[in-house]
Design a protein around this ligand. Structure first.
Ligand SMILES: [Zn+2]
Ligand SMILES: [Zn+2]
Length: 277
């Protein structure tokens, strides 16, 4: 059976609020199945624009636990739970540390959960979150779809993972925040779509702001992303979570820095940009 595989960028922004870019989050659809990768600021607003509501995510998969990638996880949990008409587990996957993050998120939500249960007689259960921590290997395998994880390099944030979604129709890699590394190369080998969070080195270096310059240490810049794409032989490189916030009209400059090292298709991502595998 043909099952279309596609990627929709739900948020391409940085930690700095921007009216046109939500926080980092990516939707992967395989037929009618929806998988959410990271849950940055405004994720459910963008998911609604993509036609998906919180209870329609089969799983939420976190690349790492930086706050800009997880800040709306609490919204995903609450909004999914309050739409339930029977108890259902919310499936969350992520690197070691994810269970503690979820536990603390539920602690933060405890008073709200109590008030909603007191007020709604038919909501007779707490949100149930099933957490599976993973550093490497198969995360989900069912119905002709496999999601695998491999370690990435974003220290001092550690451990971190990237994911590869594989179906008979194609493959998508959600790299997350990472420098080029062996785990990333393995995930990307021969992939149709490689989604990479990127920084633009020339602009970061020109800004002379030490706290911003620090981001050069633990991200892929555009040239790194192009080199990884070439090494792995991917078809399409998708640029997301671009930092510093891109100035409208400069998209071609961003693409050309990656294109200096990659001959394939390069997509400069905006919120709700969709690419089919
Ligand atoms: Zn980030
Ligand atoms: Zn990060």
């Amino acid at each position: 059976m043909q099952v279309a595989l596609s990627v929709t960028l739900l948020g391409t922004g940085t930690p700095l609020p921007d009216p046109n870019r939500a926080g980092p989050a990516t939707l992967v659809r395989a037929g009618s199945r929806n998988f959410l990768f990271d849950a940055g600021r405004g994720v459910l607003m963008r998911a609604a624009a993509a036609g998906v509501n919180a209870s329609q995510f089969e799983a939420i998969l976190l690349t790492h636990l930086h706050s800009d990638h997880t800040t709306d996880l609490n919204d995903v949990i609450t909004t999914s739970w309050t739409r339930q008409f029977a108890p259902a587990e919310i499936q969350v996957y992520g690197p070691p540390g994810t269970a503690l993050l979820v536990e603390r998120t539920l602690t933060m939500l405890a008073q709200d959960i109590e008030w909603r249960r007191t007020h709604h007689a038919d909501l007779g259960w707490d949100p149930a979150v099933e957490v599976s921590e993973t550093a490497e290997g198969t995360v989900i395998e069912s119905g002709g779809l496999r999601i695998g994880a491999a370690p990435t390099e974003h220290r001092p944030v550690h451990p971190t993972v990237g994911y590869r979604i594989q179906t008979a129709e194609g493959s998508v890699v959600i790299a997350g925040d990472t420098k080029p590394c062996e785990g990333l190369d393995r995930l990307c080998a021969g992939a149709d779509i490689y989604v990479q969070t990127v920084i633009r080195r020339d602009q970061v270096e020109a800004l002379q702001i030490p706290r911003l310059k620090d981001i050069l240490d633990y991200h892929s810049d555009l040239e790194d992303a192009g080199r990884t794409a070439t090494r792995a032989g991917v078809r399409t490189l998708v640029l997301t979570h671009q930092a510093p916030l891109p100035i409208p009209g400069t998209e071609d400059e961003w693409v050309s820095q990656a294109a200096a090292h990659f001959d394939g298709e390069i997509v400069f991502g905006d919120d709700l940009t969709t690419v089919v595998a």
